[in-house]
Design a protein around this ligand. Sequence first.
Ligand SMILES: Nc1ncnc2c1ncn2[C@@H]1O[C@H](COP(=O)(O)OP(=O)(O)OP(=O)(O)O)[C@@H](O)[C@H]1O
Ligand code: SF4
Ligand SMILES: [Mg+2]
Length: 324
Amino acid sequence: MSLLELDDVSVTYRIAAGEVPAVRGVSLTLDSGAALGVAGESGSGKSTLAMALLRLLPRDARVGGRILLDGEDLLTMKWGRLRAVRWAEASIVFQGAQHGLNPVRRIGDQVAEPLLVHGQAKPDAARKRVHELLEQVGLPTWRARSYPHELSGGQRQRVMIAMALACSPRLIIADEPTTALDVMVQAQVLTLIKELVAEQNISLIMISHDLSVLADVCDQLAVMYAGRVVEHGPSGDVFHEARHPYSRALAAAFPTVGDPASRMAPKGLGGDPPDPMNLPGGCSFHPRCPVALDECATLDVDLWPAGERRSAACVHVRAKEEAS
Ligand SMILES: Nc1ncnc2c1ncn2[C@@H]1O[C@H](COP(=O)(O)OP(=O)(O)OP(=O)(O)O)[C@@H](O)[C@H]1O
Ligand code: SF4
Ligand SMILES: [Mg+2]
């Protein structure tokens, strides 16, 4: 059985101006110890999906579908059980989270907090575990006495990873864990994440706009566009031989790990991502697609098998697979 199974997950924000369908019918699975990368431009629904997984969305968000963790549906789970699952079984490193550390509390106290809150350790044992965690993320133990402003951005992000690891979760969701860091530090933090998940057999969902970063760390990739998964498969295949024109453009935009300049405007991709409140009919990508056909303006193609353990949502893929 998969550790995590997403079945037709959708998220719609209700705001004064109307409804924002931010995630639309996402189905994915993650095996124990595996790493799944979720890619897509700004606004494609990556963080919304991550927050839906642990029911961290605001009240105005309506979530549909099923999210099974070890067979238990997180969406219908009672609050008490959900609290236990958060941190202890699945934890999340938020986008830009290093800025979210409490500026007036020492690092050690903040890393110890999940252990104490979830009753996993008494204060003495928690202090020992904090030292162990700091060492695991490559920080000297004396850093426990530091305040966040005494650390660099990369060091603060290491602290966030230590917090996510604190209760030995089986799943870590890392939302753009390295985006705010410079390229050298980004590479160090990525290597750290890769090593930790491999050593501790933790499953990982890593989110990034940068396909090259994900291909480096993850076994599987899912590419999102306008709230949907448009391509899914083994990361090497998706990165080097994408079947969907959008994934091809993303892969070309990020040829090497860590190019922050490409974030908002991937090279070779004209136009902007669509406004979710005003999605184009047919294939949502058709106004920007270099190989669009007339029918793409009206025909909405679902994910279609596209090779071994691969799928892609494009008429060209469907035509080729039907012909073979
Ligand atoms: N609280 C909210 N209320 C209404 N709309 C929201 C809310 N949060 C996100 N959205 C909208 O949902 C869509 C998806 O946003 P999301 O933050 O999930 O994208 P993302 O892929 O994580 O982007 P980025 O790469 O910039 O982090 C966007 O159109 C965004 O404007
Ligand atoms: S379905 Fe059409 S518009 Fe959409 S990606 Fe394929 S060719 Fe492009
Ligand atoms: Mg985001």
